[in-house]
Write a new protein. Sequence first.
Length: 223
Amino acid sequence: MDKAGNREILEAIAQESNDWRKLAQPLAARYRTADTGSGAAFVSAVAQASVVAGHDVPDIRPGPGPIDVSLFSVDESGARWVTPKDLEPARVITRLAHEHGLTAAPEEVAQLEIALDTADETAAGPFWAALLTGDADNTVYDTVFDPTNRSPSVWFQRTDAHKTPRQRRHMDLWLAPEAAGPRIRAAVAAGGTVVDDSHSPSYTVLADPEGNRVCVCTAVDRD
């Protein structure tokens, strides 16, 4: 599979469309529609265009207001990547959204991952795969993926084995770059603290009032 580098993808998005943002694995877009009919017509048009072009139908999630769309490719191992071939469906979806009167809201896209510290992901992986997806084999490299894309992914952060109790898991919240700063400030105003922003805007570590940590992540400055 011809995997695209993160920088290449970000440059292509910037040049061609402002509708899409790169998150952990997918390209993501959110569209808002004023009425149910135009939203339903858009979803149908995207599905038809995908079939005609011979592409997999993207993950489309209509809601009461927004419609979320995500694009990614799956290689022979089951790993998810954004590849150059995902850019053409993104162009088509952008065009169809505009034709149906939808409004892009790229600053609202988000993806939640669970990160688990482990010294041996081969031991922990099958448990989380079975629990979240019903199949212990749904672990690819260091990440559990739900094939239906409904449960959050779990990725295993390698750490040394240890007995001292400490936080073994945290959440990674992936946001559009322009949304990260406001979201961090809102969390701090609500009682959180910034633990480490030395890697910002790639990721910033926050803690809640009881010390539980979360990383706010963007695709910026990642190779």
